[in-house]
Design a protein around this ligand. Structure first.
Ligand code: ZN
Length: 696
């Protein structure tokens, strides 16, 4: 790449669709026009533009003020945001080998572009001066919050350090970026290398939907006509739940929990101590005793102790419930004449049997009522009843794949509010999981900019002419991602860096997890869960059993989550020198908390991508539960009002939570909505962990 010119020649620029004004409805990206070779030149141009904008701020001879520094900074980097949104969107939802190759290059270039900006002494000097005088500048509440956020962001990036420390920070950042990529590539390597081929007599107990997916997975691996179990969670969990073959369950379980820990070329055991040592060194350069202390300063929880207190409060009843369930599962094995101790690979299988006995409910019974169309309509209808939004499908907006659908979203007064893209079906070019992202964020800095929001899921398409049917988990995921989507669509802030989901990690799951509550309300299901063949509504009896079954096995689910969250806190609170041997550290910590031997952590260290593929969730995995305390408590406000669409409560929810983005302190926003701080009891009640164990 040494002969790449710093700025591409303008003749090329004019040909590059990423660098042109888009003549499409709502100025959306013209996806049909992009080719992989457009991206690097577009990034080059975007980096150059951004660097020039930053230089204009730092070379400004006039004294720093809000307009010439903070506003100018908020206006900078528009092209970079635009190119990144399209590129990141394609890499995750519709990639190809060429894009993935470019991605490796882009992540390093991105670190090299941002390091000198975030550590620019002149820029930081101007920001610090404004921050120092902020009380006397006549700023609005949002402007004042913005100054505070920008100051903290630069301070935490090392902008205030001396030159030697900055140079070391830059080295650490680049090395951490590489190690994060190594960690995820290792994990992917182990995941791609292992699969279990199923013969015709290995299918005992497996539902048709699983076998169909296993055949598709075999075909992708060049084994047409065969069926395979892979190490993806969506393959492993249903297999462990339904396979009657104990020997195969053991094989699959062991392969799944050994990812990254196989002593082969993809082993992550050496990567983890180096990541932890570098994170600790970075925290110490900035004056914090541990990475956890550094990380928590910029969170709603504020201290590692606050997060640990919550996790421990949940751990005790969850563990007790899990131990009681373990005994019940062992009894079931004995009743069936089994002469073996319950092992980790047995838990899901016997738990599913026990659920069918206790709750008389099986996920497959409800699936015919949960059509994708019905659940999309339900999610839209709830948004209409809560926030007055209406949705109309548009066929004229360019998309990245023919399965992607687009809706125009209007507010209660009929004004354009947002565009919403739904990309629901699994395909080989899409990474696993489900997520929300944006092609453009809301802001009002230079006139109203309406957001363009994307939901991506991995649901299974209906077979030949049949509609797509969702499992209860899928339906919940659809509402979850749509809740994130609403956080982006309803955003009503002036400054781009405070828009929508630009909030603390331990607050960001509140709008999404809260929205899940509406999906499981009887009045919503009665209206939108209709049999795909007969159109009959969900029978009351099935609905009742479905809702009752939701609390089943919550001891297990809570234990596997909380154990991972506590492990994450320990990794980042103890001195990095304590983690020379990852396996020994893991065993010692699990023993300390009394982890039941029959349950594995949701993510063992060598496969814990949330905390080791990048920094975002490092010492932050507790965030899901922190947000859950709020979502369970927040939904209580509607229950107390006696109406799940109560207009006054919905208006507060809109004003204080869904529309305010990062423009307010999150605790203050929550208290404004709820009238008090959140209480953890609602979470324990929702998970069924407040009653005595036998009541399940
Ligand atoms: Zn989420």
């Amino acid at each position: 790449m040494s002969d790449t010119p710093h700025s591409p020649p303008s003749a090329f620029t004019s040909d590059n669709p990423l660098l042109q004004a888009w003549q499409t409805p709502f100025q959306t990206p013209p996806f049909g026009e992009f080719a992989p070779e457009h991206f690097l030149p577009a990034f080059e141009q975007a980096f150059a533009d951004h660097a020039a904008e930053i230089a204009a701020i730092t070379h400004d001879p006039s004294a720093p003020d809000f307009a010439n520094t903070v506003t100018a900074l908020e206006r900078s980097g528009k092209l970079l945001a635009k190119v990144s949104a399209v590129f990141d969107g394609l890499v995750s939802a519709h990639s190809n080998p060429a894009l993935l190759e470019i991605d490796k290059d882009v992540s390093l270039r991105m670190a090299r572009h941002w390091n000198p900006i975030m550590m620019n002494a002149v820029l930081f000097g101007r920001i610090a001066q404004i921050h120092e005088n902020r009380a006397s500048l006549g700023l609005t509440a949002e402007q004042s919050r913005l100054v505070e956020r920008i100051y903290i962001r630069f301070h935490r990036a090392g902008a205030g350090l001396d030159e030697a420390a900055k140079a070391r920070m830059a080295e650490i950042n680049e090395r951490l970026a590489q190690l994060g990529t190594t960690f995820s590539h290792n994990l992917l390597g182990d995941e791609q290398a292992w699969f279990l081929e199923l013969g015709e007599d290995d299918l005992d107990g497996l539902p048709d939907s699983f076998v169909a997916a296993a055949r598709a997975a075999a075909e992708e691996r060049g084994l047409a006509g065969k069926a395979v179990v892979t190490t993806s969670r969506s393959s492993v969990e249903p297999f462990l739940k339904s396979s009657r073959r104990r020997d195969l369950r053991e094989k699959v379980y062991k392969a799944f929990t050994a990812r990254g820990d196989n002593g082969n070329a993809h082993d992550n055991n050496a990567v983890i101590p180096e990541i932890l040592a570098l994170r600790e060194e970075r925290a110490k350069l900035l004056g914090y005793p541990t990475f956890a202390a550094y990380r928590f300063e910029d969170s709603m929880a504020r201290t590692p102790e606050a997060a640990r207190n919550l996790l421990e409060r949940v751990w005790k009843p969850a563990r007790e419930r899990a131990l009681a369930d373990r005994d019940a599962l062992q009894d079931l094995i004995a009743k069936e004449g089994g002469n073996f101790a319950l092992a980790p690979w047995d838990w899901r299988y016997y738990a599913e049997k026990l659920r069918q006995i206790r709750a008389d409910f099986d996920d497959d019974a409800i699936k015919p009522y949960l059509t994708l169309e019905g659940m999309i309509a339900a999610a839209f209808d709830c948004a209409h009843r809560l926030f007055g939004l209406t949705f109309s499908e548009r066929k004229d907006v360019p998309v990245w794949h023919p399965d992607v659908r687009v809706w125009e979203v209007k507010d209660a007064a009929g004004r354009h509010q947002a565009l919403f893209y739904g990309d629901y079906f699994a395909r080989a070019s899409k990474r696993s999981g489900a997520w929300m992202t944006s092609l453009r964020d809301q802001q009002k800095l230079d006139g109203d900019v309406a957001p363009q929001i994307v939901n991506v899921c991995n649901f299974t398409k209906g077979s030949e002419g049949e509609p797509a049917l969702l499992s209860p988990d899928d339906a919940r995921t659809l509402f979850h991602e749509f809740g994130h989507g609403l956080h982006g669509m309803l955003s009503n802030v002036t400054y781009p860096s405070l828009s929508g989901t630009s909030v603390f990690t331990d607050f960001v799951e509140l709008p999404s997890q809260l929205y899940e509550h509406w999906q499981e309300q009887p009045q919503v299901l009665q209206q939108f869960a209709r049999h795909y063949q007969t159109g009959e509504p969900l029978p009351d009896d099935l609905l009742r059993r479905f809702l009752a079954a939701r609390q089943f096995n919550q001891g297990f689910a809570t234990v596997e989550f909380v154990a991972s969250a506590l492990m994450d806190l320990e990794f980042h609170s103890q001195p990095a020198s304590a983690v020379r041997d990852v396996g020994a550290f893991e065993r010692a910590e699990l023993e300390k908390i009394g982890m039941p031997a029959e349950i594995a952590m949701r993510h063992r260290p060598t496969q814990f991508g949330h905390i080791f593929s990048g920094d975002h969730y490092a010492a932050g995995y507790y965030s899901y539960m922190w947000s859950e305390v709020m979502d369970a408590d927040a939904f209580g406000a509607f229950e107390e009002a006696g109406d799940i669409f109560d207009p006054a409560t919905a208006k507060r929810l809109h004003d204080d939570i869904y529309s305010s983005g990062g423009s307010r302190d999150p605790e203050e926003a929550y208290v404004a909505f709820r009238g008090r701080k959140p209480e953890a009891d609602a979470l324990l009640r929702r998970r069924g962990l407040l009653e005595t164990p036998q009541a399940a």
